[in-house]
Design a protein around this ligand. Structure first.
Ligand code: GDP
Ligand code: GDP
Length: 454
């Protein structure tokens, strides 16, 4: 999972809950030909946006992933905005307005070699109505004279104009700094940041074999490691080497010592589960394969899902499964584990050691899914095709549509859909199901939130 973005583990006290805010969105608007696409290319640092020389050649809103000094945001390139436009041009203007409404910050681009036009003035009125923070860019300030011309744009009433040359790069660093300053707070990108061992919660109702498994792992791998260079490990945790990697099994003090709670302690068991799951990145839920899947098992699974952790379900005591039990177990899995068909599953025996070596690869697989990031462009392309093929049912005479989507975070993957109206729960589930069909996310919960336009 190199290259995955790990927001959760560099600081063990931080949880992914802090990172629920969507990746901020920056919309670039302005008349046709002022240099919007050229600027977007500058910002994303790639020649990805299409620059069309012909005026009137149009684009719809196109989102791109961008990053500047460790901050991540989405830039939306829009076609030229013109007031009172007709037909195709009107559609483009509407798209630009939508982009403004869904943005956190708007970059308004004016061609300084031309100066402010009536169309620019009209655009300013539209921007005022949106109540969004606007950064005024005086583009095509290719030389010092043109740079001085930029002061004339104060007349637009949008504050200080930023003279830049999108084509030559002049001034674009300062502009990016200002964009970042205007964005809402988001977590820094921790690419390549050093991190400690992955944190695993071994959970399950009493007697499913948690301490047996931990002891087996410690013995089999010969090492319950005491420390890992550069990390501090909570004394209640165990460091265990599996498959050539050190893992931190959290909150295992009780398991290690085989301290067993007396009867009637489901409440304490559930507290322990909550604490361990909270501290971990991935939950390994043990089930007793010889016994029916109980409500208490279900609750442990729910705790892991609700905490948003990666999930591996380990069917322990597999040595007790004969063909007869297998028949009923399969039925129970179909019936009781329907909501977690996406979990990674392993059939193990802590007693005999069967398939215990499958555990580390299973955990890794779940963590990779947990940290998957779908690029914004690909996500929107896929979603557009999906929602065109199967649109939302008509509600109150209209079918609400997706305007734009973004992955707001990882660990677990969270998606935010900006829409023209509220979505039915059933349609959101449909999108979730299709997201899984397309991107897998095996072993990770995912979250889809809809934000209807106000
Ligand atoms: P858009 O329609 O607003 O997206 O504008 P484009 O990015 O397609 O640019 C329109 C034209 O202006 C293209 O020929 C660009 O090469 C040119 N252009 C863009 N930025 C600059 C600049 O900073 N200086 C100069 N001289 N030309 C620019
Ligand atoms: P915990 O309460 O979840 O920590 O469960 P324990 O590890 O204490 O195990 C409860 C009982 O199940 C003990 O008697 C274990 O010997 C037994 N046990 C654990 N794992 C296995 C297994 O894979 N197969 C069988 N047959 N018994 C097991």
């Amino acid at each position: 999972f190199e290259g995955g973005f790990d927001f959760g583990s560099a600081d063990p006290s931080s949880t992914s809950e802090e990172f629920t805010g969507p990746v901020p969105v920056v919309a670039v608007v302005g008349r046709p030909n002022v240099g919007k696409s050229t600027l977007v290319n500058r910002i994303i640092g790639r020649r990805q946006a299409v620059v069309e020389d012909k005026p009137g050649v149009t684009r719809d809103r196109v989102p791109y992933d961008a990053q500047w000094t460790g901050r991540r945001f989405t830039v939306v390139d829009t076609g030229g905005w013109e007031p009172d436009a007709k037909d195709r041009a009107a559609a483009i203007a509407a798209q630009a307005e939508i982009a403004v409404q869904t943005a956190d910050v708007v970059i308004f681009v004016v061609d300084v070699s031309v100066g402010a036009t009536d169309v620019d003035e009209a655009a300013v009125k539209m921007l005022r109505r949106s109540h969004k923070p606007v950064i005024l860019v005086a583009n095509k300030a290719d030389n010092q004279n043109l740079e001085l011309e930029a002061v004339s744009l104060w007349s637009l009433g949008l504050g200080e104009p930023f003279p830049i040359s999108a084509l030559h790069g002049r001034g674009s660093g300062d502009l990016l700094d200002s964009i970042l300053a205007a964005l809402p707070e988001t977590p820094p990108v921790l690419e390549g940041a050093p991190r400690g061992p992955r944190r695993v919660a071994l959970v399950g109702r009493p007697n499913v074999g948690k301490s047996s498994l931990l002891n087996r792992l410690a013995k089999e791998e010969r090492a319950v490691v005491d420390s890992v260079a550069g990390t501090t490990v909570d004394p209640v945790d165990s460091l265990v080497e599996m498959d050539g990697e050190v893992w931190q099994f959290v909150d295992t003090a009780g398991l290690r010592k085989r301290v067993h709670q007396a009867s009637g302690t489901e409440y304490y068991a559930s507290l322990r589960t909550a604490g361990a799951v909270e501290a971990a990145e991935v939950a390994v839920v043990l089930l007793d394969s010889g016994d029916v899947i109980s409500e208490q098992d279900q609750r442990v699974i729910s705790q892991a899902i609700e905490a948003g952790r990666a999930l591996v379900i380990a069917f322990n005591k597999w040595d007790l499964v004969d063909p007869d039990r297998r028949f009923y177990l399969d039925k129970e899995i179909d019936r009781d584990l329907k909501r977690v068909t996406w979990a990674v599953r392993v059939n193990i025996s802590a007693k005999t050691g069967r398939a215990v070596d499958k555990l580390a690869p299973a955990i890794r697989r779940a963590l990779v899914s947990w940290e998957t990031r779908v690029p914004t462009g690909a996500l929107n392309q896929w979603l557009t095709a999906l929602t065109q093929a199967t649109p939302h049912p008509v509600r109150g005479g209209r079918a609400p549509r997706v305007l734009f989507a973004t992955q707001a975070g990882v660990a677990p993957p969270r998606f935010v859909l900006f829409t023209t109206g509220p979505f039915d729960a059933g349609y959101i589930r449909f999108i979730e199901r299709k997201l899984r069909e397309e991107y897998g996310f095996e072993g990770s919960p995912i979250e889809v939130t809809v934000k209807p336009r106000k």
